[in-house]
Structure formats: C-alpha cells, structure tokens
Design a protein around this ligand. Structure first.
Ligand code: AMP
Length: 126
C-alpha cells in the first residue's frame, strides 16, 4: 500500500514555519533541530523537507539529491554536536522509529541522533 502523508503532522508544521523549532542545521533538503523532550544530553532530530512518512518511504522514493543531502546533514550534525568518534567525540546512536511496531509518534520521517552519555544496550530487554 502506498504511503499516505498527513501534512498536518507537527514536523510538517515546523517545516512550514507554523510552529518554532530549535534549529541545529538547515540545508536545501534537510532540517535538523533539538528534540523538545530530549532523552540524552544530545538529542537531535534530522528530517527531510519532503513529504516522507518513515525511513523506508524516504529511502525508496526520495531523489538522489535528497538522499545525499540528508546523509551529509546527519554527519554535519554529529560534527556540530561533538559526538562523532572520528572527530574525538564519544559516540552516539541513531534511531528511526517506523509505524506501529516501531512506535513512531510523528508520521514524518525523522532520524534521532542521541549522545552525550553512554546509551546503554540497544534494546531494554535484549
Ligand atoms: P518518534 O516516537 O520517533 O515519532 O519521535 C518523535 C519525537 O518528536 C519525540 O522524541 C518528541 O519528543 C519529538 N517532538 C515532538 N514534537 C516536537 C517539537 N515540536 N519539537 C521538537 N521535537 C518534537
């Protein structure tokens, strides 16, 4: 079934400038901003500006320019926030929740970048 994008979701409103955000980085196709309820000292959300619902939707249907811009933006966010191990940082975790089992709350694709302290095991019950 094709994805049905809801343009009333909160990140769509951020992209339209209808509600504020704490921007970390903005590029041609990508916006990165601090999570409003951070779960680690560094908690940045990276989102494409296009109407993509979740990771596989974006990965399958975004243009090459959007894909490259998004990935490069994630690297830049890691550099800006100081978490990139290759630049002396202590590391980070990326998370992309999708759909019901992924417990995705906002139906606009977003990659969480979390760091600033040890993130513990990947899953709480693993
Ligand atoms: P997810 O469960 O992966 O869909 O995560 C949604 C994330 O969006 C949560 O971590 C929320 O804290 C975050 N969030 C919701 N509204 C806002 C907002 N207005 N600005 C920044 N982050 C938000």
């Amino acid at each position: 079934m094709p994805y049905d994008y809801d343009d009333q979701n909160i990140f769509a409103k951020i992209l339209r400038g209808e509600i504020p955000n704490d921007t970390v980085l903005e590029t041609e196709h990508t916006l990165a901003f601090n999570d409003i309820q951070p779960q680690a000292p560094v908690h940045v959300l990276v989102i494409p500006k296009g109407p993509f619902v979740c990771h596989d939707h974006f990965a399958a249907e975004a243009s090459e320019a959007e894909l490259v811009d998004f990935l490069r933006a994630t690297a830049e966010v890691c550099r800006i926030t100081g978490v990139a191990p290759g630049a002396g940082g202590d590391g980070y975790r990326t998370i992309a929740n999708a759909g019901e089992n992924g417990v995705q709350e906002v139906p606009h694709y977003h990659l969480h970048i979390l760091g600033g302290h040890n993130m513990g095991r990947m899953l709480p019950n693993a």
